[in-house]
Write a protein that binds this ligand. Structure first.
Ligand SMILES: Nc1nc2c(c(=O)[nH]1)N[C@H]1C(S)=C(S)[C@@H](COP(=O)(O)OP(=O)(O)OC[C@H]3O[C@@H](n4cnc5c(=O)[nH]c(N)nc54)[C@H](O)[C@@H]3O)O[C@H]1N2
Ligand SMILES: Nc1nc2c(c(=O)[nH]1)N[C@H]1C(S)=C(S)[C@@H](COP(=O)(O)OP(=O)(O)OC[C@H]3O[C@@H](n4cnc5c(=O)[nH]c(N)nc54)[C@H](O)[C@@H]3O)O[C@H]1N2
Ligand code: SF4
Ligand SMILES: [Mo]
Length: 744
């Protein structure tokens, strides 16, 4: 289509409303909305679930007398939040009010030799996309379209993609986030950890956090349960090279040398086995491969681990004893964003094994067995069978990936003589891939190879500037979405419905998917009139109704069986090939990987460089909230944590701005403010992910702080499931602006 896909700054457009009709919108908005809210019902409060992060807390939206949204509060019946939203959830209203929002569908055109966007009607935008998708299907097969999606609307767009014939649906929450832990726990216990995590934190007596920075990572229910556990006297052990908020609440803080956690985990395993502190009955009854594990970990003594991790043997033994004392009410937390060093599945296998030895899987205060109800899909014909998979094009790599990996789709989009087909079209919904995928050069290469790129977003973001068509979705406060159906202690569902009409010319994903589906000739897959009809049909199948859910917001169901925990001595068949908890993994062995985790060494920073460490801030979510008027007022930029020793050596002062250069000579676009603090080790620096926006239309976020992603050019791919290890990047400081002024 275009030889080069230029990034288009949306405000720089002479937004000629063009001769492109607006009548379509005018005639449909009113009717869409009328079908959403029955004006005879007086809604002082409407139910929702939060979209500021993926914990999806249920809440109530309250409007003022003028009918404007003025607050969102937590729903007391929802175990994700227990009536309280986190600061981001409360500030979520800012997403609705943000004046920088996308307002109209936009289409890339070439004018006077320059690429620009023109505003178009929904009809024109969707016709264009449908025609292009039909062309791609005819020329290359439907598998050549891919959907990148993060967030609720993905359900509808995913259904559209499957109806069209493509299995290539991916979310960054797998290969850039929790994928390795799911694969590791599946291969050990035959089940994943899921979201929300099945950790029984409120009843635990010992919580071990390995790089899991709950407290800054604000996953609501977990933070609340952790406070409850602390109040009840639970021991917290935090392993983190940085003195995190969690570390400050801990009895033991283990400031580990970065990239050496596997050594600590193996040494703990060694101590627990050799001292006989493991749960013998549990291991005997439920586990497979204990003898091999015992022999394997003999080499990993605490003294050996000291040399690797810088943690003293005494501390390793003492913390192992703490865990054993609390067992089985102990949780070695599996973490969530675990794509760190490329051996992540093996590290998480070591975490799973430790939990198995302590007997915490299926035990109160350890990991419970979650339950959820089954909600049928609205009837539709069978999906066409896909004949191609991106995995075939990757020559048998990553067979154990249980979801599609985003970086894999990126790879298969870039033409290569080794492949006979490529992905040609992307729909990108609710994921800012430029900030989300490491190795931006690769992402750009993929984007430049596309014949069609559609971005669906609420905001003008880095990703939207590369799309051929930009579709403005309305915010979660203005729309219905799929029923949230969470696995929890008791099954629980909740409803999101519009509190107000969509602002501007924005539409919900369910509508976009249905309209586009119809234009693609897939009408039989979308046989409902609107989402209300579909939701009501689904809810009636589970003994509720749309009307009931509009009133109550959250509905809890009784578990079918009393099986939250294992009963002592109960027989249980695990979903693994041996039917046991596999300390020795037959699945990994069959795929040619180490059946038992072994320590692998990682690079340490060269002289004058520091490991780039990153994480979360309590008031922001990734790159999505940096422009939120409420949240940017609390924290407008990230800063760079630097150890005082390092600051002294470089002559850096608190509050000074520096640029960063990484091992591949990539220099940060923007500068970042130094924060001198003992809370970070001398070999690393730390920043919060999600800042350093280069999209000028983000009037509050543009140029504020630095982006960790642009400095993550070295990616350590996990050979087992394709996850992108991001923590082997090293940076040094530049105290002068390295670029001529006009380039910034
Ligand atoms: N360098 C680095 N990379 C990372 C991480 C990191 O810490 N550092 N973290 C990784 C992890 S754990 C994850 S889960 C991923 C997260 O990755 P993403 O989910 O891609 O994160 P965001 O940057 O918040 O991008 C969200 C996009 O969705 C848009 N959006 C928000 N609400 C809506 C909506 O209602 N509808 C639509 N259509 N769009 C919406 C936002 O404007 C934004 O463009 O990133 C991963 N990548
Ligand atoms: N406020 C807020 N909360 C969020 C999110 C958000 O955007 N904002 N995003 C949510 C999402 S999707 C995810 S996946 C989670 C992610 O949150 P978590 O899974 O809790 O954590 P990570 O991002 O992996 O890790 C960050 C921590 O790891 C430490 N660390 C760095 N290197 C090492 C190392 O080598 N070893 C050890 N032991 N620790 C190390 C860092 O110092 C930091 O404290 O947060 C969730 N919660
Ligand atoms: S944890 Fe906070 S941001 Fe995430 S869903 Fe809940 S209230 Fe929203
Ligand atoms: Mo994540």
């Amino acid at each position: 289509m275009y030889n080069r896909r230029d990034f288009i700054k949306i405000t720089s457009l002479g937004l000629g409303s063009a001769a492109l009709a607006t009548t379509f919108f005018d005639s449909t908005t009113a009717s869409i909305f009328a079908s959403q809210i029955d004006s005879t019902i007086k809604f002082s409060q409407t139910p929702t679930y939060c979209e500021v992060c993926f914990w999806k807390c249920a809440g109530w939206v309250t409007k003022n007398e003028e009918g404007e949204i003025w607050k969102v509060e937590g729903h007391k019946d929802d175990p994700h939040c227990n009536g309280r939203l986190c600061p981001r959830g409360t500030g979520g209203v800012g997403m609705y009010h943000d004046e920088d929002r996308l307002k109209k569908p936009l289409m890339r055109v070439e004018k006077d030799g320059k690429q620009t966007y023109v505003e178009v009607s929904w009809d024109e935008a969707l016709d264009f996309i449908a025609n292009k998708m039909t062309e791609i299907k005819e020329k290359y097969g439907p598998e050549s379209m891919a959907l990148f999606t993060h967030g609720s609307g993905g359900k509808f767009l995913g259904h559209l993609m499957k109806s069209y014939g493509s299995p290539h649906i991916t979310a960054p929450s797998f290969a850039q986030c929790r994928g390795p832990r799911e694969v590791a726990f599946y291969s050990t216990f035959g089940e994943g950890v899921y979201s929300p995590e099945r950790t029984d934190i409120r009843d635990t007596r010992c919580l071990v956090l390995i790089g899991s920075h709950i407290g800054e990572n604000m996953h609501n229910g977990q933070v609340q349960e952790m406070s409850e556990a602390i109040e009840k006297g639970a021991t917290i052990i935090t392993v983190d090279p940085r003195f995190s908020t969690a570390a400050s609440k801990s009895k033991h803080w283990l400031p580990i040398k970065p990239a050496t956690d596997l050594a600590l985990l193996l040494a703990w395993t060694h101590v627990i086995i050799n001292e006989g502190w493991y749960d013998k009955e549990y291991v005997e009854k439920y586990c497979f491969g204990f003898d091999q594990l015992k022999a394997h970990v003999q080499q990993y003594t605490p003294e050996w681990a000291y040399g690797v991790t810088t943690l003293e043997p005494k501390q390793i033994i003492e913390t192992a004893r703490e865990m054993a004392k609390a067992a089985p009410a102990v949780i070695v937390h599996p973490g969530r964003h675990v794509t760190w060093y490329g051996d992540d599945t093996q590290r998480l296998r070591a975490v799973a094994i430790l939990n198995a030895l302590l007997g915490s899987w299926g035990r109160r205060g350890g990991f419970y067995f979650p339950d959820k109800i089954s909600i049928p899909s609205y009837p539709h014909p069978e999906y066409p069978k896909a004949t191609k998979s991106y995995l075939d094009a990757m020559k048998g790599k990553y067979n154990l990936a249980s979801e599609v990996i985003s970086n894999g789709l990126c790879e298969v989009t870039v033409p290569s003589p080794e492949r006979d087909w490529n992905i040609k079209g992307w729909i990108v919904n609710g994921t800012n891939l430029i900030h989300t995928l490491p190795d931006q050069k690769k992402t750009m290469e993929a984007i430049q190879s596309l014949e069609l790129m559609v971005a669906i977003d609420t905001m003008p973001m880095e990703i939207t500037g590369y799309a051929d068509v930009v579709l403005p979705e309305c915010t979660y406060l203005e729309r219905y979405d799929a029923i949230r159906n969470s696995p929890h202690r008791d099954p629980v569902i909740c409803l999101r419905m519009p509190a107000v009409e969509p602002k501007y010319d924005s539409k919900p994903d369910w509508w976009i998917a249905k309209e586009l589906g119809e234009k693609l000739g897939l009408k039989e897959y979308f046989q409902y009139k609107d989402i209300e009809e579909m939701l009501d049909w689904q809810l009636k199948k589970v003994g509720s109704s749309l009307k009931e859910m509009q009133k109550i917001g959250v509905k809890t169901f009784k578990r079918k069986f009393d099986d939250l925990y294992l009963i002592d001595g109960q027989d249980f068949e695990f979903n693994t090939s041996t039917g046991k908890i596999e300390l020795y993994s037959t699945e990994l062995a069959a795929e040619g990987f180490d059946p038992l985790p072994s320590f692998t060494e990682h690079k340490q920073p060269p002289a004058g460089f520091y490991r780039l460490n990153y994480g979360r801030a309590p008031v922001h979510t990734f790159s999505r909230t940096a422009n939120n008027p409420n949240l940017s007022a609390i924290m407008k930029e990230n800063d760079l944590w630097v150890n005082p020793k390092v600051a002294k050596q470089w002559g850096l002062k608190n509050g000074q701005y520096v640029w960063l250069k990484n091992q591949d000579d990539i220099v940060s676009t923007f500068s970042i403010k130094v924060r001198v603090t003992e809370r970070i080790r001398w070999d690393s620096v730390y920043m919060v992910h999600g800042f350093g926006h280069s999209e000028k239309n983000l009037s509050r976020a543009f140029g504020k702080g630095a982006s960790d992603t642009e400095l993550i050019s070295n990616v350590k791919v996990d050979p087992i499931m394709g996850g992108t290890g991001m923590r082997e990047n090293f940076v040094t400081f530049l105290t002068e602006d390295p670029k001529p002024k006009e380039e910034v």
